[in-house]
Ligand binder design. Structure first.
Ligand SMILES: *[C@@H]1O[C@H](CO)[C@@H](O)[C@H](O)[C@H]1NC(C)=O
Ligand SMILES: *[C@@H]1O[C@H](CO)[C@@H](O)[C@H](O)[C@H]1NC(C)=O
Ligand SMILES: *[C@@H]1O[C@H](CO)[C@@H](O)[C@H](O)[C@H]1NC(C)=O
Ligand SMILES: *[C@@H]1O[C@H](CO)[C@@H](O)[C@H](O)[C@H]1NC(C)=O
Ligand SMILES: *[C@@H]1O[C@H](CO)[C@@H](O)[C@H](O)[C@H]1NC(C)=O
Ligand SMILES: *[C@@H]1O[C@H](CO)[C@@H](O)[C@H](O)[C@H]1NC(C)=O
Ligand SMILES: *[C@@H]1O[C@H](CO)[C@@H](O)[C@H](O)[C@H]1NC(C)=O
Length: 454
């Protein structure tokens, strides 16, 4: 509030009407504005003995004033004025009905406050305010007072809005401001408001764990008061994460993600509803693959069972494909393939299915039981050997002119059995023999399958 003792010094010597040579009326030395508002002006001046006064307005209206006998000053309040307006007055000193002197002066009413201040732009250290000019008038100046400083923002130019930028502020802080309108040296009552600066960003986000359906994130807390965080997903889905008091490292798990997918995140620091610029980072969820793949031979070599471990995480099924066959979809952990050839190698590919996403394929090469084939081969070889032996014996018999036909059948049986068993057990399953057609399947012996472990 401006000083109420402001003296309005008369700019010119008061006019004097020397109607009466006897009277020597005192000059009005000055009129003070004792109180001021947007619509009122309280005027005060020294009283002269036996004088009365008339107040004339700039528009020509005059008001005779009643003066009480007491006191040494006259006080009068002019009301129904407009804010931020300069008024001219003339005060006449009247002695016995005759105007002795006139004192011209001006006074201004208090200007209005701005209606509203909005934040037009914001950074960590600066805020730009915007407001509508009072009465859309360039005659007003503005003073923006903060907790630490005052700055004048003259507005002689521009349209109906004024802007002003406050700099050198701290990040993530709340500041109080008062915006005064200035007119004729008079300030408005002041428009109080507060505004916050942008909080600082998180320095770095670490992806601690990449699961197939979740990502574990961690970051060092922003050293600022009353902070929270907002994590934005690529799909614009947002999660508010409250800060942990006293904790310097935040952890957060983003769940319900799809395996093997690249996600874009933006982490914002939030202070009083104001977000930081945002730290954008990407991470990829782990691909779920089938593990523990193994084959199980079925005796006879005409079928195979492929077995795998039940994968952890989110999955809806497994797509299994054997080369040359249609892929099959199931949700179990084993699958039997029939109508295969013994001692053949087959490639089987498994893809874990999670909704519409298929994992990286896992492949295994399996061989059907080769023992039937080996036994057959051995049998053929033994037959050959037998016939060769028979030929030799016959040859010898012919040379010795003798024949013996009863021992041939027995020798055949004994020769088949013993070496076949030895051969089958020592056969290496890792060494793929060339697939061959087995014509002697009915001859295959019945053995306990050494691979048929549950
Ligand atoms: C002249 O101005 C005064 C003060 O603003 C007001 O009270 C008065 O009604 C005005 N008179 C006319 C004729 O406009
Ligand atoms: C004082 O004001 C009156 C009325 O507004 C005007 O007629 C007169 O000329 C003024 N006198 C001076 C000395 O300014
Ligand atoms: C102040 O201005 C802002 C932005 O222009 C607006 O959102 C808000 O409602 C206004 N407030 C008032 C009280 O007019
Ligand atoms: C800002 O004003 C509020 C009340 O309006 C007060 O509680 C707070 O302490 C002030 N802040 C500062 C920094 O002066
Ligand atoms: C504005 O804030 C000041 C202190 O900064 C206080 O004295 C004044 O009363 C406030 N004005 C209003 C209208 O709240
Ligand atoms: C933090 O925020 C809460 C609620 O928004 C408020 O009550 C509290 O005063 C704030 N503390 C500081 C230090 O700003
Ligand atoms: C596989 O599907 C069957 C029937 O749809 C269901 O009962 C079973 O729980 C599923 N198994 C797995 C491992 O999802």
């Amino acid at each position: 509030m401006r000083s109420v003792d402001l003296l309005l010094i008369c700019c010119s010597v008061a006019s004097l009407w020397r109607r009466s040579s006897l009277a020597s009326p005192p000059k009005i030395l000055g009129v003070a504005v004792k109180a001021r508002s947007e619509t009122l002006l309280t005027l005060e001046w020294s009283k002269a003995k036996d004088f009365s006064y008339i107040l004339g307005y700039g528009n020509g209206t005059e008001t005779p004033l009643t003066v009480s006998a007491e006191g040494s000053v006259v006080r009068y309040t002019v009301s129904s004025l407009s804010p931020g307006t300069k008024y001219s007055f003339v005060l006449y000193a009247v002695f016995k009905g005759v105007r002795q002197s006139a004192f011209n002066f001006t006074a201004v009413t208090s200007p209005s406050n701005v209606a509203n201040v909005s934040v037009k732009a914001r950074s960590e250290t600066a805020i730009t305010f915007e407001w509508r000019k009072v009465n859309s008038n360039n005659a007003f100046l503005y003073v923006l007072k903060s907790d630490r400083s005052e700055s004048y923002t003259p507005m002689y130019w521009g349209g109906a809005t004024a802007t002003h930028t406050v700099t050198s502020l701290s990040p993530g802080n709340k500041y109080n401001f008062t915006l005064y309108t200035l007119f004729g040296g008079e300030r408005s009552s002041g428009y109080n408001f507060s505004a916050v600066t942008m909080p600082p960003n998180v320095a770095k986000v670490h992806v601690m764990q990449q699961h197939a359906d979740a990502l574990e994130l961690s970051w060092e807390e922003v050293k600022s008061r009353n902070i929270s965080y907002i994590l934005r997903h690529s799909s614009k889905y947002e999660t508010t994460i409250p800060a942990l008091e006293m904790d310097s490292v935040m952890t957060h798990t983003v769940s319900s993600l799809s395996p093997g997918t690249r996600y874009i995140f933006t982490l914002y620091t939030v202070y009083e509803g104001v977000r930081s610029r945002g730290l954008t980072f990407t991470s990829i969820t782990a691909s779920v693959t089938v593990t523990g793949l193994r084959c199980e031979r079925i005796s006879g070599g005409h079928a195979l069972v492929v077995i795998w471990d039940a994968p952890s995480g989110q999955w809806t099924g497994v797509e299994v494909q054997m080369n040359g066959r249609n892929s099959r979809y199931l949700n179990g952990t084993r699958l039997k393939f029939d109508d295969l050839h013994p001692a053949f190698w087959y490639d089987v590919t498994l893809k874990l299915v999670s909704g519409t996403v298929r994992s990286v394929p896992a492949t295994i090469r399996c061989q059907t039981d080769p023992r039937g084939v080996i036994a057959g081969v051995v049998l053929v070889l033994l037959f050959l050997l037998f016939f060769i032996c028979l030929g030799l014996v016959n040859h010898r018999r012919k040379t010795h002119s003798r024949s013996d036909q009863t021992s041939s059948g027995r020798a055949e049986e004994g020769a088949i059995d013993a070496p076949a068993r030895v051969k089958a057990q020592s056969s290496d399953p890792e060494k793929p023999p060339e697939p061959r057609v087995n014509k002697k399947r009915k001859e295959q012996p019945v053995y306990v399958n050494p691979y048929a472990t549950p």
